[in-house]
Design a binder for this molecule. Structure first.
Ligand SMILES: [Zn+2]
Length: 286
């Protein structure tokens, strides 16, 4: 008899009635927090099939009415949302206000971009699934802090500043000392800089560190702790330091050379330096 030791597709209780489900697609984490009256689902995965699978997994744990919190607008965290809206019409769907704005304005564009990328890489079935996603912007928004009452326990929705995006929302469960930090932190892969603010990200993580007191659930990979977050903040601070010291308008070859010396790695570092230089150029024009 073999024992299945893969970490995928099962709930792991990381604090009192606080669960994480590591999903094999992109090693993305979904969360579940149980109150006495309601449960909170954190992120909904990357298409409606994946959302349905997650919904069934939630229902294998609890029959409580659900509330949804979206950490940010990237498809792998929010394209399964409509499944939860269908299952419970009018259910609260929370995000930062700029996540709402981004999904409303650019959700269809993101869907086409991701489907196109999947199709180009030969993943036709997944591409069709993404094409079929109904974009569901949140119906509740916050800008800095909001508190949700799940019955007998509160969770805090918090925006610590710009980082992986301009609207990352952290979900804190104070009584269990667990925080879901979305893609502000990634384990098992470098931080993702495509829509990031490399000049601000480390300071955002350092502010967040003041609030972290236990288990940290990253957007992807295994759960970590504050020490891991501090190390990732140091790596991202290095990107900002290097970007500030480089002359503007470097060509790709020169940027690649500098990126190859960054702790985040050359591929992530290249995108990070490019983003940082764009932001420095914008600041110089102010
Ligand atoms: Zn992301």
């Amino acid at each position: 008899m073999s024992i299945d030791t893969t970490p995928w597709g099962r709930w792991r209780e990381v604090g009192d009635r606080v669960f994480v489900r590591r999903n094999k697609t992109l090693d993305m984490n979904a969360g579940l927090v149980l109150g006495e009256d309601r449960c909170l689902v954190i992120d909904t995965r990357g298409n409606e099939r994946e959302g349905r699978e997650l919904y069934r997994a939630v229902r294998s744990v609890t029959g409580l009415p659900h509330v949804v919190a979206l950490t940010h607008s990237h498809f792998d965290h929010c394209f399964g949302t409509q499944v939860f809206a269908d299952a419970q019409p009018g259910c609260e769907i929370w995000s930062h206000e700029r996540c709402h704005a981004d999904l409303s304005a650019n959700g269809r564009c993101q869907r086409a971009e991701i489907a196109g990328w999947l199709r180009e890489s030969g993943q036709e079935v997944l591409a069709d699934e993404v094409d079929a996603v109904r974009i569901t912007p949140p119906n509740r928004t916050m800008s800095c802090d909001a508190t949700l009452d799940l019955g007998g326990r509160h969770v805090v929705l918090h925006h610590p500043g710009r980082g992986h995006t301009d609207h990352d929302m952290v979900v804190e469960v104070p009584d269990a000392h667990v925080a879901f930090v979305g893609d502000l932190v990634e384990q098992g892969a470098p931080p993702s800089f495509d829509h990031a603010y490399p000049l601000d990200w480390a300071a955002t993580l350092n502010r967040l560190l003041d609030r972290l007191s236990g288990v940290v659930v990253p957007g992807h990979g295994d759960v970590v702790d504050a020490g891991f977050v501090a190390r990732q903040a140091t790596e991202i601070a290095q990107v900002a330091d290097v970007a500030r010291r480089l002359p503007p308008h470097l060509d790709d070859a020169e940027l690649e050379w500098h990126a190859g010396r960054l702790a985040v790695g050359s591929a992530a570092g290249f995108i990070a330096l490019r983003r940082a230089q764009e932001h420095l150029a914008q600041l110089a024009q102010l």
